[in-house]
Structure formats: C-alpha cells, structure tokens
Design a protein around this ligand. Structure first.
Ligand code: F0G
Length: 457
C-alpha cells in the first residue's frame, strides 16, 4: 500500500515561533504549570485541542464572504439548517455559538435538582452544565473502555447492561436522558458502534427515555463504523451518519470539531414542544433563532464544513494520521490508550509516570514535561480535570490519568508529527526525573482551565 497523503494543498501558512527549553521552563513557571495559561505564541506544536483549531478550506473562506448578516431569516441560516438536517434528519435545528451553549439550553430545561443524565462518558463542559443545573451526570462506559492498554474496536460503547441495571434499581423517573458521546472524547476518543447506539435507543424507547447524541465527532465515529463494524463497509459516511442519528431524539454538536469551523454549534431535536422552549431560551441567551450567537459567515463555514468532513479521502487521511503518531510512540514502548482515537492520541500517564501517585497529578506533570522538552502543548484528562474531594478534602481521583494530544484538523504535516513523536520518546526515556505537582489555587467547577499549580520538590 502506498503512503496515504494529505488530501489537500496548503495555500496559506502561519509561522511557528521557535523557542528553547530554558525559555519554556520560565514560561511554564509563569503559567503556574498549567498550559492553559500559556501564551499560545510560546507553543510550537499546539495539541491542546482539536476544537476550533482546524484549517478551513478555500470553499469555507469563500463562504465567509458570502455570509449574509441579516438579523432574521438569513439565507446563510437556511444553508446551515439544511446541512444539519441532511445529516441528522432532525425536525428542528437551533444554531448556538458553540456546543456548550446548546448543552446549557437543553439542560436548563431538562435538568435540575434530582435529575440524572447517563452517558458513555460526558465531556467536561457537558458534565459541568449538567451539574450547574443541579442534576447529576453518570458515566457508564463499557468495561474495556476503562482499560487503556486493551485494544478493542468500539471502546466508546455505553455499558448497556449497566444502563438496564440502573433503570431496574432506580426506575426512570429521575433520568433526564441518555447521552451518547461520539466519539468518546474523555474516554480516549474511542468510537461507539452502531449496534450499541441501536441497542441503547431500544432500551430508552422501551422505558420512555430520551436518547441524545453529543455529535462533535460524528464523522470520525461514522468512519470507524464503516471500517470496523460488520455490514457497513459499503455504506457511505453520510448513510452511516443518517442511521446513527435516526436512533436519537436529538443531538448537540460543537461545530468546532467535525465541521472545521472556528466557532459554532447546534441543538437539533425532533420534539416540537421542547424546540419552542429551547428557542425561547435561545433568544435570551444566544440570539434570534436564525443566527443563535453566530455571524452569518460562521453559519456558512459550518454548512460547508459539514459536507467536507464526510469525504472518504479526508477521513481516511485523518484517522490514519492519528494512528501514525500512536504507532510510532507505541513502538518505543510509550503506554497509550489502544487503539488510537479518532482525533487524538491519549497517553496513559498513570503507566508512563508510575512513580507518581494520583494526588500528584501525573497527567499534568507529563503535560508540563512535553511542553518543556519540545514546546508541545497537550491537555490532562485525569484527576486535575475530573478529580473531586471527599469530606476530608482528600482527592477522589479520576478513573484514568490521560494526556490527550489532540490533532487539529488539516493543520500539521507528517514532519510536525514526527517531531512530536521524537519529543514524547525522549521524555519517556527520562521519565524517572519528572516530579509531581500540587494545586495552589482552583475554581469550584472546571478547575483545570484556570488552576494554578506548583512543582513538588
Ligand atoms: N462535547 C464534547 C464531546 C466535546 O469534546 C466538547 C468540546 C463539547 C461537547 C463542548 O463544545 O467547546 O464548542 O462548547 N471539546 C473541546 C475539546 C473543547 O478540547 O475536546 P464547545
């Protein structure tokens, strides 16, 4: 087989600012060992997120110029709405400025005290919006999804037996909905199978429960289904996506991922009554229903991006290039979540820094080491992000300590990724010298964004 090449040429470039290790050490100290607080000019390869960081196509930039900025009834909205309906088949499409705005609206209406949201795994902002409404989020990913080193095709699946059990034990009264996150971002970017979505939907229907899809990376998930699930290899990505959404009552999406947009999102639903309530809230918090917190030009970029993301050659390159990084560091012995996720490689920091206990935040320590060594910025998905405290203020650690290296879409070339692999391998060889961290300042919710930390001596 020949090399899978990037299915695009580069028309416009941005400079990378080079710096050295001494400079980065100082920058990291000034950022309190939290790379979210770094100036991005001080980052050489930014793998913090794949959200809003993708390269737009020339067609999307052309769409930006066509964007119609009418307050109401813009043709850009109708193109956006039609692109979303074409994929999701949902009756109502409500634009929002990003994914969490859609979540906030939905959970403000369906959440609240005593309500429970059950998911394969909720993303951090999704969980925070649920908790902010007074409700509780419960993650029940399948057993293999909790074992980083075990390879399986659909480690993002929800544990349907655990879902059944929960319903048997607690009844359905307090369950606001079941949310399937595709791909499972907080659980290694692993896909969810069609069979699992279908079965979950069946359980939900039997018990009169709503099932929503968190659709940020729907196309990457559809590609995995096409490649790995029996019966889908001859189906197009669009056909697979259509089927995925056909099982759901609604969806939220951040268009900053699988729509190649810098900003944007939506809430889609089949429920007319709920749609009215959501729109009423939208008008207060986001804007008129035909722009919902976005400019007309953003709506155009999303509409075009949603079509581009389903191209077979793009997804083949996308998923292969993530696996390329995973393969390289795996060959050097670096422990990662196997197999590679769609949008990111997740290093198992618990195994990588086995000398650091979880209350010394091994994931964050590794994030800091990668930045210092090579100017690479990743993000901790572990006890800094998801840890809680017990009554004695002892850390209740997260189930996994991961470092996510999220690959922005269509941005970095193979040599950038080769460099990333070299840095990771060098840090791995020196892992015993890496020190733990302690938190010196934190916010009550989503603390990882702004927390200040210090090195343990
Ligand atoms: N759901 C999932 C699965 C996500 O990954 C994100 C964002 C959101 C919801 C919220 O969307 O940012 O547009 O409000 N994930 C980004 C990330 C931030 O880095 O993974 P948003």
């Amino acid at each position: 087989m020949k090399t899978i090449i990037e299915p695009f040429r580069i028309k416009s470039v941005e400079p990378i600012h080079f710096n050295d290790e001494a400079y980065r050490k100082e920058a990291l100290r000034n950022a309190f060992y939290n790379p979210f607080l770094l100036h991005s000019d001080d980052v050489m390869i930014d793998l913090l997120t794949d959200s809003g960081t993708g390269a737009m196509s020339s067609a999307q930039w052309a769409g930006i110029m066509i964007g119609d900025e009418s307050y109401a009834g813009s043709p850009s909205f109708y193109r956006f709405e039609s692109a979303v309906k074409d994929i999701t088949g949902m009756k109502t499409v409500i634009p929002t400025h990003q994914g969490r705005a859609a979540e906030k609206i939905l959970f403000s209406i369906l959440g609240g005290k005593d309500k429970v949201f059950i998911s394969n795994t909720l993303f951090d902002t999704t969980r925070a919006n649920i908790e902010f409404s007074g409700a509780t989020g419960i993650d029940i990913v399948c057993p293999e999804g909790k074992l980083p080193s075990v390879s399986a095709p659909f480690k993002g699946n929800i544990d349907t037996a655990a879902l059944q059990q929960y319903i048997t034990d607690h009844g359905t009264e307090n369950i606001a909905m079941v949310i399937i996150t595709v791909t499972n971002n907080s659980g290694g970017g692993q896909p969810v199978s069609m069979a699992n979505i279908r079965e979950t939907s069946k359980i939900c229907k039997e018990h009169g429960l709503l099932m929503y899809i968190d659709a940020c990376r729907f196309a990457e998930n559809a590609y995995f289904i096409q490649q790995r699930e029996e019966g889908y290899k001859d189906k197009s990505i669009k056909e697979i996506a259509n089927e995925m959404f056909s099982y759901a009552d609604g969806a939220t999406m951040s268009a900053k991922k699988d729509a190649f947009a810098n900003i944007g999102g939506f809430l889609a639903t089949n429920d007319d009554k709920l749609a009215i309530e959501c729109r009423n809230l939208l008008v207060i918090t986001e804007g008129f229903p035909t722009y919902g917190g976005l400019a007309g030009r953003d709506l155009e970029a999303v509409a075009i991006g949603l079509k581009e993301v389903m191209e077979q050659s793009y997804l083949e390159y996308r998923i292969r290039s993530t696996a390329y990084l995973a393969d390289k560091i795996t060959a050097a012995g670096v422990p990662i979540v196997q197999p590679a996720g769609g949008h990111a490689v997740y290093i198992d920091a618990k195994a990588f820094l086995s000398h650091l206990p979880q209350n010394q935040y091994p994931g964050q320590a590794l994030v800091c080491a990668l930045y210092t060594k090579g100017g690479i910025r990743g993000v901790e998905i572990g006890s800094l992000m998801f840890g809680k405290y017990d009554a004695n203020h002892e850390l209740i650690p997260a189930p996994m300590e991961l470092v996510r290296l999220a690959i922005p879409r269509r941005v970095y070339t193979q040599s950038h990724i080769d460099y990333v692999a070299e840095v990771i391998i060098e840090v791995f060889q020196e892992r015993h010298t890496i020190k733990g961290l302690k938190i010196i300042e934190e916010a009550p919710l989503l603390r990882h964004f702004t927390a200040k930390l210090d090195l343990l001596s």
